[in-house]
Design a protein around this ligand. Sequence first.
Ligand code: BES
Ligand code: ZN
Length: 612
Amino acid sequence: MSRLDPHSFFDADQPRTRHLSLDVEVDFAHQVVAGRVTLDLGAPSAGPLDLDTKGLTIAAATTAAGAAVPWALGAEEPIRGRRLRLDLPAGTARVVVAFETSPEAIGLQWLAPQQTAGKRHPFLFTQFQPIHARTMLPCQDTPIVRATYEARVVVPGELTAVMSAAPAEAVASGAPNASGHAGPTEGAGAVEDGRRALRFAMPQPVPSYLIALAVGDLTSRDLSPRSRVWAEPATVGAAAHEFAGIEEMIRAAERMFGPYEWDRYDMLVLPPAFPYGGMENPRMTFLTPTVLAGDRSLVDLVAHEMAHSWTGNLVTNATMDHFWLNEGFTVWAERRILEALHGEEAAALGWAIGQNALDESLARYPAGSPYTVLRTHLEGVDPDDVYSSVPYEKGARFVAVLERAVGRERFDRFMRRYMDRFRFTSITTEEFLAFLESELPGVAARVDADTWLHQPDMPAGAPVFRSKRLEALRSLAERWGAGARPSREEAAGWNANELLFYLQHLPRPLEEASCRWLDAQFRLTPQGNYEVLCEWLAIAAASDYEPAFPRLREVLRTVGRMKYLRPLYGAMGGNPRTRAMARALFAEAAPGYHALSRRVVEGVMARYEGEK
Ligand code: BES
Ligand code: ZN
């Protein structure tokens, strides 16, 4: 037995899935997805095949020819779930497993109509990274295994489905960059007794965490010949406006990292309960609607998800112990895209805002914590419980250190070779290091890669990204107590990221008069930029500033994005009145939050008493 991934029952001595075919029906009334998956092993095989499942009911297992395949479910484990062991009869190249999901499946979030923009139809979306594909289908749920896939998805006739895949007709006709499925009114997909069947095909091999599905009242707008945005009808106009510049971004990324390999770059804007900012599902990035600031000031987030098309989807981590390879390179790449599009100053601001996130994450863990190490050892640890900015920002700083050590031109050439060498594979930190050594001998030792990768906290001498512009903002914010204030004209010239950086560095709690001044000066409470808005609401909550509370309540009732829930509920822990408000709000809003968001908030609130 050879178990290479601590979060999966995958056994490297057994055959690997090469292609996977899903045939499922989405049942909103019972909140289950039911159907079958055919795993194509690429060659006749025999003996045990271990799959991951969590909360799944298994109905049957057969060969493609219909012969029974003996199967057994192992005991439930809290993180991995249950092993499904199939005992393949000799000569089995394809095995079919019939299953049904649980309404509690963590990889699926079912939204009631009132949680959508249109308020009339329910919504379903999946979020499989890091280890949740197994809550929707039995599979080798480890990024070590990559498979192409196809799917037939039956949905209510008035709804549409999108996946991290192309419409099957497009792939079959040899035009995989044709656009996605049209909405139900536009005639695609057979409708029978009120249901539609939609077919998808994913011709490039992907790890299970990149399989994705969303079902709802969706429509789309074209942005370029290879990109369109999907959203509910009420949201699609705003989304199309926000992302109008997407083709320019794809081209900037291609100039640096090589041709875009996934045919199309489509995006789906989800309802506000989506627990992340974005998820790099190939061909269909999933996005929170909180990126729709109205002025394109938050499109950096798309640069990040798009960058994953190279650093992540093309070359990903073999297991969650190497997650930094995925996110660290992507944050670095995201800032290179920003620099190419908006200049060095904009990229520097990105690094500086990232510094804040890093400092906060480092502060959450005690000095010497294993969770501030880049190359982790997460056996027995739930990766969702240790999600933080460390792999992102510490990882990106390590990449920047490598870039500085050899100079940009050489490093860019190295990156091209790296992506070329490992394209469509999943690698470990050790494989990366061996490649680094072979391509750029001595560099790892020169930058002390060992400390970066294997020691907790930040290495001495880690780069701190500073710029004159930012230092002026920081000093202005830090001199708040001494009476320093930006003039109206000065403040009028700030962009959203500068305002965010300034707010991040203000002391808190603030006096009521200070809050009132800030709110009026920067028109904070009605802000459309959620980064700025939530930073402000955290200041207001920590300062017990009541005029902002209606807006705070509104945000916490609708938005499920963990990045905002954590600091907002955290900021409400400072005094008895806001603590009571937090408890009441959570009781009301929790049923609408993703299970992961609920867990994060519960963790934050559990620390309220201890502190006080
Ligand atoms: N792949 C991540 C999201 C993720 C990571 C989901 C691990 C589940 C487990 C995505 O690319 C991401 O990092 N999103 C960020 C935004 C980004 C700009 C840093 C987010 O959602 O906040
Ligand atoms: Zn990412």
